[in-house]
Design a protein around this ligand. Structure first.
Ligand SMILES: *[C@@H]1O[C@H](CO)[C@@H](O)[C@H](O)[C@H]1NC(C)=O
Length: 331
């Protein structure tokens, strides 16, 4: 409502100045200095309001679109899809996507994740999915578009889901070292319990990419659930944002640095018998506090449909799949 009122009033102010300017222009008298001066003022005002009008019209005035260190925050309307796609096609960009489907997560989520990714993830670019699972024979057959591949890697199953989620960092680091780094420009790491719903395209690619957590992007910093235990390596007292570990990406080099950092610190915690509040996510938040990401994805890139206030979400590009922790995490 507020947005509409301010938009309409801005529109009329701009219109009035433009009209006034043209009225002046018609009766301009070159020999009169007085007229010249008022024309210049009128023109400056018009240009100023036209500028305001268009910046208002194009941008996203109610969300933050840039960080204090000048990294863009990707919100719908802030970028041109075609420009990004053309740039990445010309550069022969290749993308690796890693996803872990261990235990019952495979049966519950993998098929929907992969089929929806084929409809929305980096269309037009060569993409290879790396599926890490303890049940390779149960990975469903998916029809893939040309230039898209799937590679299945067997991993061992840890009994606690917290360990599965933490050992992920070690596996990611290893696969970057052994396979990815010479073949792929970028690597993106995804949780499997998500469904693509809209374009998740080349605009999301960058050197070091973090995702704003849908539950925290609007909250004041003191509400962020950083690890507050000084015994843990993930301990932090202040930060920039609360990032969601469901998606992170970047160049192979940067993602490997992130994964190594998290893995080493998780192991140091384990030696002290400490576990960070939100496991690998706590360590990831610490890493991105010390090593600022070069691009942030807005919660449009990973939305929780249970959040009722959707006024900032113009496109749902990916949503959380409905969760059933009781069934998935026991057994
Ligand atoms: C991309 O690939 C094409 C065809 O292989 C090649 O001609 C072109 O030079 C490559 N472009 C870049 C930027 O590497």
């Amino acid at each position: 409502m507020f947005m509409l009122v301010s938009f309409v009033s801005l529109f009329f102010v701009t219109l009035i100045f433009v009209l006034l300017f043209f009225i002046k222009l018609i009766q301009v008298n070159v020999s009169s200095l007085r007229f010249m001066k008022s024309n210049v003022i009128m023109m400056s005002c018009s240009v100023f309001f036209i500028y305001l009008f268009f910046s208002y019209f194009r941008a996203r005035p109610h969300v933050q679109t840039q960080t204090s260190w000048n990294a863009p925050i990707m919100w719908e309307l802030m970028f041109d899809n075609n420009l990004y796609d053309r740039k990445h096609k010309e550069a022969n960009t290749t993308v690796a996507l890693t996803v872990f489907a261990v235990g019952r997560y495979l049966e519950a989520y993998l098929k929907t994740f992969l089929t929806s990714a084929e409809e929305h993830f980096m269309l037009g670019l060569p993409v290879t999915y790396f599926v890490f699972t303890d049940l390779p024979e149960q990975v469903p057959e998916i029809t893939l578009a040309p230039q898209r591949n799937i590679i299945i890697v067997k991993v061992e199953k840890h009994t606690r889901w917290q360990d599965i989620s933490m050992m992920r960092m070690k596996t990611i680091s290893e696969v970057i070292d052994t396979v990815l780094q010479h073949k792929f420009t970028y690597v993106f790491c995804f949780d499997v319990d998500q469904i693509f719903k809209g374009r998740f395209g080349s605009e999301a690619l960058g050197e070091s990419v973090a995702l704003l957590h849908a539950h925290y992007y609007k909250l004041p910093k003191y509400r962020f659930t950083y690890d507050r235990n000084p015994e843990s390596k993930a301990y932090m007292t202040e930060g920039d944002y609360y990032y969601h570990a469901a998606i992170f990406g970047g160049t192979c080099e940067k993602v490997k640095a992130l994964a190594d950092y998290c893995y080493v610190n998780i192991m140091e915690d384990k030696l002290k018998n400490v576990e960070a509040l939100w496991h690998d996510e706590s360590h990831l938040n610490k890493y991105f506090w010390l090593n600022k990401p070069t691009k942030l994805l807005s919660p449009e890139y990973c939305w929780d449909e249970y959040i009722s206030n959707t006024e900032d979400i113009l496109v749902k590009r990916l949503v959380w799949a409905p969760k059933d922790y009781e069934k998935l995490r026991t057994r």
